[in-house]
Design a protein around this ligand. Structure first.
Ligand code: ATP
Ligand code: NI
Length: 422
């Protein structure tokens, strides 16, 4: 079994908005093994994208990662930082939250890359696709031509690209070498763009959606990242093209051995791509484990509900038809002090009126569930009547009732990225 490349421990990310504090990601922990495909799945607004952005340090104001550790395995980096930041180094692992921002920024593109649902956001419309991918290659070469420790301490400005989502997008026109241009063509070819030499000279608007998605993958791979975070990478594409792009990602993953973290609301994508998976609900990972743990041996009623809503897991089009009920508000002052799923849960018991904690389901400890059912059987604590939560019976602000009063319906409750991602 391969080693963990990433260990996320107690990650919390909040947004400090006019309406109050939004607990978008709440005490999330998981491990990703080197070379695996790890999936994060859940309904809209459950905190999947914010989790991904937190990993690559792209959460923007008014959001902030407020706690947690992000252990990333890189022996060379660990050796470089050991002296100066001993608390942030543990063997070959570096806690990326415990080192200066410049270090995290220098890893973007080369250690971590992220791709999004909407490739337009990753490309500058006024530059050719080839130029932009070549620039990503240049960023990688500049980064690797300097010793790591110098890279960490000096000119962070070179890599702090303001509001640009992808760190390796072009901050300004620069000299681009012929080698980088050739590499860009190679990358386009690698992601299956026909006539890559000609297509490299075209502008983003001359590409179809599926082609631009492939080009974005080429751009993300230019820095030969160890970890690729893919946020709904195929959601905007039609089903046939989705399948092709997923196959491409899968092939590239196998060829390069990179680790892929895939974020999706589509259980078909998870079933097709992933080795291990975390199920998110209301900012928390409520169940995680291997594909078999989660798909076959699941314990959390939310996981079971999600799976029950998908007729055919083999079909890529099998997206979530949400469990009945409403996605809860993530505003801190509206969050009930109990299991966040209790009001929608067919197995809610009195024990669920307390906040659950993660419980190991099996001996190896990899299958975890954030539910009392990880320990007791339904009925061991008195079941709550169906109407228990109807009239603010829980004393919360009634963010969720089955008849849709108060609270948003699952459909309305899209995140601020409007489901379009970035
Ligand atoms: N810029 C922001 N300002 C305030 N709150 C935000 C912001 N971005 C995200 N959030 C909050 O974080 C929550 C989680 O959002 P996130 O985008 O991670 O959801 P998601 O699971 O990716 O959903 P989707 O499937 O719709 O993309 C949202 O419900 C929203 O309340
Ligand atoms: Ni999202």
């Amino acid at each position: 079994m391969s080693e963990d490349v990433l260990r996320v421990e107690g990650l919390s990310t909040r947004f400090f908005t006019g309406e109050g504090q939004v607990n978008a990601v709440e005490d999330v922990s998981f491990r990703v093994r080197e070379g695996e495909v790890f999936g994060i799945v859940g309904e809209s607004g459950s905190g999947k994208s914010v989790t991904g952005l937190s990993l690559v340090d792209l959460v923007e104001s008014p959001g902030e990662v407020t706690s947690g550790k992000l252990w990333y395995r890189d022996a060379e980096l660990a050796a470089d930082l050991q002296q100066e930041f001993p608390a942030a180094v543990d063997g070959d692992y570096v806690d990326l939250r415990g080192v200066p921002e410049a270090v995290r920024t220098s890893l973007r593109g080369t250690s971590f890359s992220m791709i999004f649902q909407d490739p337009e956001s990753s490309f500058n419309p006024s530059l050719t696709v080839g130029e932009q991918i070549a620039e990503a290659v240049e960023v990688q070469q500049r980064a690797s031509s300097r010793p790591r420790s110098t890279r960490a301490r000096t000119d962070s400005s070179e890599y702090s690209l303001g509001s640009l989502i992808l760190s390796f997008a072009l901050p300004s026109r620069r000299y681009i070498s012929e080698e980088s241009r050739e590499r860009a063509v190679e990358l386009l070819e690698m992601v299956g763009i026909p006539d890559p030499v000609e297509r490299a000279d075209e502008y983003p608007h001359e590409y179809s959606g599926g082609m631009l998605q492939r080009a974005m993958i080429a751009q993300a791979l230019a820095g030969e990242p160890d970890v690729l975070v893919a946020d709904e990478p195929t959601t905007a594409l039609d089903v046939t093209i989705q399948a092709q792009v997923l196959d491409l990602l899968s092939d590239l993953q196998k060829e390069t051995g990179m680790t892929v973290l895939i974020i999706t609301h589509n259980l078909g994508v998870i079933a097709r791509m992933c080795d291990r998976v975390g199920v998110m609900y209301a900012g928390e990972i409520v169940e995680r484990g291997s594909l078999a743990d989660v798909f076959r041996d699941n314990v959390h009623p939310y996981t079971a509900g999600l799976l029950g809503s998908v007729p055919d897991l083999e079909s890529v089009g099998g997206s979530l038809d949400p469990v009945p009920g409403n996605v809860p508000s993530l505003l801190d002052h509206e969050m009930a002090d109990r299991c966040y799923f209790a009001d929608r849960c067919p197995k809610a018991m009195e024990a669920c009126l307390e906040r659950p904690h993660p419980r190991a389901v099996d001996d190896d400890g990899d299958h975890l569930v954030n539910c009392v059912l990880g320990e007791v059987s339904y009925g061991d604590s008195p079941p709550l009547p169906d109407e228990y939560f109807d009239d603010d019976g829980d004393g919360s602000s009634g963010a969720a009732t089955d008849d849709g009063e108060g609270g948003k319906t699952a459909e309305e409750s899209v995140s601020t990225d409007g489901g379009e991602s970035r």
